[in-house]
Design a binder for this molecule. Structure first.
Ligand code: GLN
Length: 544
């Protein structure tokens, strides 16, 4: 039967609980256990699909088409376990389901309340669909003491009682700040946070404490004494040079051993951490470096492109080079006096990522033209592929009026809204003026690649499956015109209706994909498109 590990946060937000959960999962996996991670988000949005990437970072999409918190991306990158719809729940979704049941009369006249109805929903989410798991790690979003997270804390308190202490462990993450004026690390916020948690009925077993310098023994002992945990269970979590160094670091600090001890598991095998050592060796001992220009919209907040950033790093791991990312604001390229060339010339490759809306689109199209005409490796992802098609239509296919209907009425809708497509469940339909939430082409779809195409050589396969998240599609009716201009449609949906990949055979590396390959890249299994793109950037760096 699965054991449960609950991770709560204290003192401040942004402690990196997602990475902590992912790293612990990786360590347990390295000992041969079967692990899964779930995220409980206390906000009232049904899912993060409609939230601004500026506020909440990227929306991570699963194979089964859920729009989820970006922490699920960390989970998948660190464990290789594909995240599912059932791994992320929000207060919004719980209330939506409860209210739907109440309207149907399912509660048979009962008064519907936070306890037990909301807490029961949370508990059934946590305990559903566990299969033969050894450990389920549950990360509770937010910070203990938040009003929104109270029902979640209450639900895990009940769960600890329902399924027995022996099968649950509670890890509380805190911050130990250094006060420069006093020259001291302060344990009081941790003490207070643990007191808050115990007042809600949960005594943590392990404290994972973010701290910016080594934690002296005295402070460790003090925290243990005041917080009622073993001294060895106060684990210092120092800042790491790379997120991929975190699992090894936590192992050295004894996190996985303490977790097993808290469960009373004494016969677990030692972890095999070779894969993580190999990743760090490649990351920290590069044989060169490349600079990639990412021309996007949300360049101010890197969490908005989290998976993309990581996939580029993975491409670097595959080629043993350091990848420097230059975030370039597409809008800047739109000013009449803007000089695009001086900014793009130092780049060894150019990437136009996914995005929504018209802002910056002309700057992105100009960057595609630069990459095409200067023969710089170019990678267009989702909106980036759409921009590559519009650029091709305007400048190589004699369609100067080409645009996307996402940006308004256009005479040549090379990219247009799609209201019908085939999914695994059959025909999907959307109304042009329907809801914004959960109404895109979402999740894994297959594509068939041309046998002689560049992408088939990169994938080593002609049938692929990748994750989608978009409303608009390149219009297949423009295929012949665009191909005459040199932009080949090398990947199509199995029914031939939806263009999935375009490429330019007369260019060193020019690929546009309608899907998001970055979502499936892992440090120990870099995505082939990113590995190949960085390889092309390395070649380019030798030319300039
Ligand atoms: N805005 C475009 C669409 O909806 C592209 C979306 C994306 O890049 N994820 O089709």
């Amino acid at each position: 039967m699965a054991r449960f590990i609950f991770i709560t946060g204290g003192v401040v937000s942004s402690l990196g609980k997602g990475l902590m959960a992912a790293s612990l999962a990786a360590l347990l996996q390295a000992r041969g256990f079967k692990v899964r991670i779930r995220k409980f988000d206390p906000y009232l949005n049904v899912d993060p699909g409609t939230m601004s990437p500026y506020q909440h970072g990227e929306v991570y999409v699963t194979d089964d088409g859920a729009e989820t918190d970006l922490d699920l991306g960390h989970y998948e990158r660190f464990t290789g376990v594909a995240a599912r719809q059932s791994d992320n729940i929000t207060t919004g979704r719980i209330y939506r389901d409860i209210i739907a049941k109440e309207r149907r009369g399912d509660y048979l006249g009962a008064t519907v309340q936070v306890i037990p109805h909301v807490t029961n929903e949370i508990k059934s989410f946590a305990t559903a669909d566990l299969g033969d798991l050894d450990f389920l790690i549950c990360e509770i979003g937010g910070t203990v003491g938040d009003i929104e997270s109270l029902p979640f804390i209450e639900a895990i308190r009940q769960l600890r009682n329902d399924i027995g202490r022996a099968r649950t462990v509670s890890i509380h993450t805190t911050l130990i700040p250094y006060i420069a004026a006093a020259g001291e690390l302060k344990t009081k916020p941790t003490q207070h946070s643990v007191r808050d948690l115990t007042s809600l009925g949960i005594q943590p077993d392990i404290l994972l404490c973010r701290v910016d310098r080594p934690l002296p023994d005295g402070e460790r002992a003090k925290i243990a004494q005041f917080c009622n945990v073993r001294k060895e269970a106060v684990i210092p979590a120092l800042d790491a040079k790379s997120i991929y160094a975190v699992p090894l670091q936590y192992h050295r600090e004894g996190l996985d051993a303490e977790v097993l001890r808290a469960f009373g598991i004494e016969d677990a095998p030692e972890p095999d951490l070779g894969q993580w050592e190999n990743i760090l060796d490649r990351l920290f001992n590069p044989e060169g470096e490349v600079t990639i220009g990412v021309v996007g919209k949300y360049v101010g907040l890197q969490d908005a492109y989290k998976s993309l950033t990581e996939a580029l790093v993975h491409g670097g791991i595959a080629n043993r080079v350091k990848v420097n990312i230059r975030w370039l604001d597409a809008e800047v390229f739109e000013h009449p006096e803007a000089e695009l060339a001086p900014q793009l010339e130092p780049m060894h490759a150019i990437l136009v990522p996914g995005g929504f809306g018209e802002r910056g689109s002309e700057g992105k199209i100009a960057s595609v033209e630069f990459a095409r005409t200067r023969r710089v490796p170019f990678f267009g992802i989702c909106l980036g592929m759409q921009m590559a098609c519009i650029e091709g239509a305007r400048n190589t296919a004699g369609l100067p009026g080409a645009s996307s209907s996402e940006f308004g009425e256009t005479a040549e809708p090379v990219v247009g809204l799609i209201t019908e497509w085939m999914s695994r469940e059959g025909l999907e339909r959307r109304a042009a003026n329907g809801d914004m939430g959960g109404t895109m082409r979402l999740g894994a779809y297959e594509a068939e690649l041309g046998g002689n195409s560049h992408v088939a050589a990169i994938y080593g396969n002609t049938c692929i499956s990748e994750r989608h998240r978009h409303r608009y599609e390149v219009n297949v009716h423009y295929k012949d015109a665009l191909e005459a201009g040199g932009l080949v449609f090398s990947g199509m949906s199995p029914d031939g209706a939806l263009p999935e990949i375009v490429e330019r055979p007369d260019h060193p590396w020019f690929v546009g994909v309608q899907f998001h390959p970055e979502l499936k890249s892992k440090p120990f299994e870099p995505h082939p498109l990113f590995a190949s793109f960085i390889e092309a950037a390395v070649k380019q760096s030798r030319l300039v």
